[in-house]
Design a protein around this ligand. Structure first.
Ligand code: PGA
Length: 260
């Protein structure tokens, strides 16, 4: 059974075919001896480069992921990529509700909710990001913000589907590109984790809640992964910057792999 979910979020950091090919070459070397029955690595890469990951995708430890999608399967929607399209080329996971989507594309919980439902309908796994920004943290509103996001995004997600959904606690202020002064410690992350679990227990019951995976995102690297992800009881990580460096990324995966 999969215990750890490590999700790479390349964003638009590697921006050409040759950069991606170099990453793949190095990652293949770095992961040469990696074989696991408990760790799943999801490669959230730009859609235009997904086909370059076909070979990695054949290994059972790796799966292709997208960083976003639209909430319709087909039709006159210029420039969009649909869940159905992603599914048809072998994508299994879709990151949804990332704070950069909220910030630059004005995505709201209701829209994210529609995307989550469509991704589930297409038998893929949504990775739903929730978390507070710096201002909300300063005003001590973090818990309220997270609960509102969960409530609105998961409004129509039933018991059967929540088990197929991954939730990611990602405090926006802790994302590396926001230049955080500090990072949440394992106790703070554990509190957010407990809050999310409590919400799940309330909405879906204890048994179902136990089956939902919760991961952490925000400046994870091979040095801090033990304290911020493992000590806080998280079941995986969403990794931006460090995932674009193949050897560093592999080190993070190994830290999860050797954890109890
Ligand atoms: P980071 O990004 O690891 O560079 O902080 C994480 C994310 O935004 O998903």
């Amino acid at each position: 059974m999969t215990e750890n979910l490590i999700v790479a979020n390349f964003k638009m950091k590697l921006a050409s075919k040759s950069e991606i090919e170099t990453w793949i070459r190095n990652f293949e070397k770095a992961s040469k001896n990696f074989s696991s029955s408990k760790t799943k690595v999801i490669l959230g890469v730009p859609n235009v480069f997904l086909n370059l990951f076909k070979d990695l995708n054949k290994r059972k430890e790796f799966s292709m992921g997208a960083q976003n999608c639209f909430w319709k399967d087909q039709g006159a929607y210029t420039g969009e990529t649909s869940p159905k399209m992603l599914k048809s080329i072998g994508v299994e996971y879709v990151i949804l509700g990332h704070s950069e989507r909220r910030k630059y594309f004005n995505e709201k919980n209701q829209e994210i909710a529609k995307k989550v439902e469509k991704v589930l309908k297409n038998r893929m796994t949504p990775i739903v990001c929730v978390g507070e920004n710096q201002e909300e943290r300063r005003k001590d509103l973090s818990m309220q913000v997270i609960l509102k996001q969960l409530k609105e995004i998961l409004e129509n997600v039933g018991r059967g589907n929540i088990e197929k959904t991954i939730l990611c606690y990602e405090p926006i202020w802790a994302i590396s590109s926001n230049n955080p002064d500090d990072l949440p410690n394992s106790n703070e992350i554990m509190s957010a984790r407990l809050l999310i679990k409590k919400f799940l227990v309330g909405k879906y019951g204890k048994l179902t809640a136990e089956r939902v995976k919760i991961i952490y995102g925000g400046s994870v690297d091979s040095f801090n992964v033990k304290e911020i992800c493992l000590d806080s009881g998280m079941e995986g990580a969403l990794i931006g910057s460090a995932s674009t460096k193949p050897y560093d990324f592999m080190k993070i995966i190994e830290k999860f792999e050797i954890s109890e």
